[in-house]
Design a protein around this ligand. Structure first.
Ligand SMILES: [Zn+2]
Length: 281
């Protein structure tokens, strides 16, 4: 694990953290609700890509900085720039916690450095690619995976380069076929899309592969890499088990009898649009 420290004074600014793949849903808002949108990252983890993202509860020794408290509703949205400073006075991070935002502290590039021993990178087979996970207390699975699917759909459309994308029946078709039909030409040349990854070696023009859950590295040979969480759904049709008690899915608990699993995933349209516009830019 590593601790992030201020490059100016060396103060420890986080608890010990382990690296995880950077989430696709970073930066996507969620509608206001009676509950705050939860942290972007699980406790005890960080994501990197030049800068560093951590959960707000994992920072230490920071205080509010300046007057950068822009926000739309119940918290700050980070749009005014750095709003957290080290005890030495250096502005080092932006906290985002408005109610529609995934809560996160974003350390600016060059403001902090990791010290300690990074966790060894686990082999691919070490991760649970087959088992169903529990979402007891995690009511955001559907939203997370819908955004990941929207980002993935846009990346596939870009990779297809104007060709029509065809998918085999099964989870790939359930999640993506309707979206591809909507966003791409109905005639002309086509390119096939299939899956490759741990225990799966399909053949197609374009392969959808998982990213490593720790490092975010893509499985070799893929045209588009997606989160391990989404890939597992597509490869194994594994959806989380609904809690028997505790949290509720407001959409499904109105049904009777109760369905055993969450409703199907549909790619999030704002994620498709934003990813396509970024690629074009
Ligand atoms: Zn400092």
């Amino acid at each position: 694990m590593v601790v992030f420290e201020c490059v100016g004074c060396g103060a420890a600014l986080t608890v010990p953290l382990s690296q995880v793949d950077r989430p696709d849903h970073e930066g996507f808002d969620w509608a206001n609700s009676t509950d705050f949108t939860p942290p972007l990252l699980a406790d005890g983890t960080y994501a990197a890509q030049g800068d560093f993202l951590v959960a707000p509860g994992d920072v230490r020794g920071l205080s509010w900085f300046g007057d950068n408290y822009e926000g739309n509703c119940c918290g700050v949205d980070g749009s005014a720039g750095p709003n957290l400073a080290c005890a030495c006075g250096r502005p080092v991070a932006v906290r985002v916690d408005d109610c529609s935002r995934w809560q996160v502290v974003h350390f600016a590039p060059g403001a902090v450095r990791p010290v300690g021993s990074p966790d060894p990178v686990r082999p691919w087979e070490d991760f649970a690619w087959d088992g169903a996970s529990s979402i007891d207390g995690d009511l955001w699975w559907h939203r997370r995976v819908s955004i990941a699917a929207g980002v993935a759909a846009a990346r596939v459309l870009v990779a297809a380069n104007g060709a029509r994308v065809t998918v085999p029946d099964g989870p790939l078709a359930t999640v993506f076929r309707r979206t591809f039909d909507e966003w791409q030409p109905s005639t002309g040349r086509s390119r096939s899309l299939a899956l490759a990854g741990p225990g799966v070696a399909e053949e197609a023009d374009l392969l959808l592969v998982p990213r490593h859950p720790q490092t975010g590295e893509a499985w070799p040979g893929g045209a588009v890499a997606v989160s391990a969480e989404l890939w597992r759904l597509l490869a194994r049709d594994v959806r989380p088990v609904l809690p028997r008690t505790g949290g509720q899915w407001s959409e499904v608990l109105r049904d009777a009898p109760l369905p055993p699993r969450p409703r199907d995933i549909a790619p999030d349209h704002s994620a498709i649009r934003r990813t396509l516009s970024r690629r074009r830019a």
